[in-house]
Design a protein around this ligand. Structure first.
Ligand code: ADP
Length: 606
């Protein structure tokens, strides 16, 4: 395995070297070309105005013929420069031949640099000191700006600066009287500084572009690995689902045959053995149920359906399902509940509480198990407590992980370590919070805080639209109903997890009309729609319109698409749909939903 990893890393390095060459050859040149074209474009106005300004200032001091030659040259040079740059400007987004572009830019800025150098020879010696200083200022300013604009490509930078530097220094040295000598020394030093800064700037630019390419590549590799691991996880779930399905058939037969035995007619030894077999088979059945539940959660087939129900209905179902188990073990079992109506998913809640109660019974040898329904900030809170073995503090952070079992409790119960991870995932699905309070040897208490509103009357429940926000900023979408329309199952799972972690109820909607109509019957509220644009049968905007027609015209919606065409952008703007362009992280999508939902009132059920 070590050898494999080593080989893999060598291959990776080779691959990276290859990409770096590509970066050097093409992408880096492309970046340079884009940078220079952009900088040159933004300096166009200054290039047009500067020679014009020289006319009123210099006309009385310079020989007319020299001024005319210089101006004529400058006008032609600036015109050619502007024309060349704007020819390239439309290519700025997608540079096909960066080498050619850089060559054009080098000529374009070179001829203007030559013009400023020509001015040194033709005009500077005739100018009075003030205007001569102005000319020094203008040419130096041009060079300093070229330091940042053109130095990323050495040829372009020198094509602009050398035609200014050489004539200016020659003029200053030739006619020594035109500046005091310390000034000329200062000018020469300034040129040296310009050259050295530009060299450093070019290096920094190149390094940062390389680093950016490396980061982009790493990001892509990470994204691919993440997709692969999600896909592998799904494959694993599929395997578990198929394997448990195939094993279920013979297990079912064993269950049936076992029921046929009449324990009463058997001798004592066989009776004992058979009871033990029955116990083991019950444990196996429970394990299969856990596997089936986890497969269902992985396969995204678990739907959240909110309905109004009486709390006593839920309490009595839990009582009927679990009381016998508790009394068989000699435990006292209590359920206390106020007389309230609740709006939420009763079945999922029942599954959560049953799992917690059966754990409480399994890990309690004597004493009692209590289930208590309470109201906290108008929302339903459930506490399941027991007087059992408790959970050590160091174990409490692990017990919700898949297949995790505490070593010390293995003897108490045969399980797979899936119960609490199922509970946690169901809690995420309904936007509930679960936490545990326990001291080893002194029992455990699991507290589930749901976003389900409860009240004495139906009107009271409907009045509670904005479910109280938790103090936890991580759960910023607490209680929000987000409809997700997407045809890629990997993305669906990622959206579901990201949004559920923030406390939202995620409804994955089908793009097929009949299925969608059926789903909509069970949904009474949507706070935000998140949709892909190109789906396999239709497009996201059509489905957004349908949902808005069904619920509320104002439901905020976000479309995530790779399509950047202006026609689509204007279509989305017309439909009042926010658009986000791929590639984009799930966290960014969630942040956009948070923002959009925060500014909009929750949609009232029809
Ligand atoms: P399983 O019960 O199949 O081992 P779970 O995911 O339901 O898996 O629980 C994980 C671990 O958490 C268990 O192995 C057990 O040690 C601990 N645990 C869960 N509920 C309780 C409880 N009420 N009291 C003590 N320990 C518990």
């Amino acid at each position: 395995r070590k050898l494999c990893l080593k080989r893999k890393s060598i291959n990776c390095c080779r691959e990276l070297e290859l990409t770096e060459n590509e970066i050097n050859n093409v992408n880096l040149l492309r970046e340079k070309s884009a940078h220079i074209t952009k900088a040159a474009r933004s300096a166009t106005v200054a290039n047009l105005l500067a020679p014009m300004l020289c006319i009123p200032m210099f006309k009385d001091e310079v020989q007319p013929i020299n001024l005319a030659i210089w101006l004529g040259y400058m006008l032609i040079a600036v015109f050619i420069r502007t024309w060349m740059i704007f020819q390239l400007a439309h290519e700025a987004e997608k540079i096909i031949d960066p080498q050619r572009n850089l060559k054009i830019m080098t000529y374009a800025v070179g001829i203007v640099g030559f013009g400023w150098g020509l001015g040194w020879v033709l005009m500077a010696p005739d100018l009075l000191m003030v205007n001569r200083m102005i000319y020094v200022y203008m040419t130096t300013a041009a060079m300093i700006s070229s330091m940042f604009a053109y130095s990323v490509n050495t040829a372009t930078f020198f094509a602009f600066t050398l035609p200014i530097m050489i004539p200016s220094l020659s003029t200053v040295l030739w006619s020594v009287h035109i500046f005091p000598w310390p000034f000329s020394v200062g000018l020469a030093s300034l040129y040296i500084v310009v050259l050295s800064i530009s060299k450093n700037f070019a290096k920094i630019f190149e390094d940062s572009v390389r680093l950016r390419f490396c980061n982009e590549r790493l990001y892509q590799e990470l994204a691919t690995e993440r997709d692969q691991s999600i896909a592998a996880n799904q494959a694993k779930s599929k395997f578990i689902a198929v394997a448990s399905h195939d094993l279920r058939q013979p297990m079912h037969a064993v269950n049936v045959y076992l029921e046929l035995f009449n324990l009463e007619n058997l001798p004592t030894v066989e009776k004992k053995s058979l009871s033990k077999i029955k116990g083991s088979i019950h444990a196996l059945n429970a394990m299969f149920d856990s596997l089936l539940n986890i497969s269902k959660l992985d396969a995204d087939v678990t739907q959240v359906n909110h309905r109004i129900f009486h709390l006593y209905e839920l309490a009595s179902t839990i009582h009927d399902l679990t009381e016998a188990k508790a009394t068989r073990k000699g435990l006292i079992f209590n359920i206390s509940h106020p007389d309230f109506l609740v709006r939420g998913d009763k079945l999922l809640l029942q599954q959560i509480i049953s799992n917690l109660v059966s754990n409480a019974i399994q890990y309690t040898e004597s004493g009692q198990v209590d289930v208590c329904f309470e109201s906290e900030q108008d929302c339903l809170v459930i506490e399941v407590s027991d007087t059992g073995c408790g959970i050590a503090e160091s174990e409490q952070q692990h017990i919700f992980n898949q297949f995790y079992r505490v070593d010390q409790t293995r003897a108490l119960h045969d399980g797979l370590g899936l119960g609490l991870s199922i509970v946690q995932r169901l809690c995420n699905l309904i936007g509930a919070d679960i936490r545990v309070n326990s001291t080893q040897g002194r029992g455990a208490k699991f507290i589930v805080t749901t976003p389900f509103p409860l009240s004495k009357s139906e009107e009271g429940i409907h009045a509670i639209h904005s479910i109280p926000k938790t103090k936890d900023s991580q759960r910023s979408l607490q209680g929000k109903y987000i409809a997700v329309i997407e045809d890629n199952s990997i993305l669906i799972e990622a959206y579901r997890q990201t949004l559920a972690n923030k406390g939202a109820y995620v409804q994955v909607l089908s793009e097929y009309e009949s299925e969608l109509d059926e789903q909509l019957l069970a949904i009474d509220r949507i706070d935000c729609i998140l949709s892909d644009y190109r789906l396999s049968q239709t497009t996201g905007d059509v489905l957004i319109q349908k949902l808005r027609d069904n619920y509320n015209k104002e439901i905020p919606a976000i479309i995530v698409t790779a399509d950047t065409s202006p026609s689509h952008i204007s279509l989305f703007a017309k439909l009042n749909v926010q658009v986000m362009h791929k590639p984009i992280s799930f966290q960014d999508v969630a942040a956009a939903i948070e923002k959009i939902v925060a500014t909009t009132d929750a949609t009232v059920p029809p």
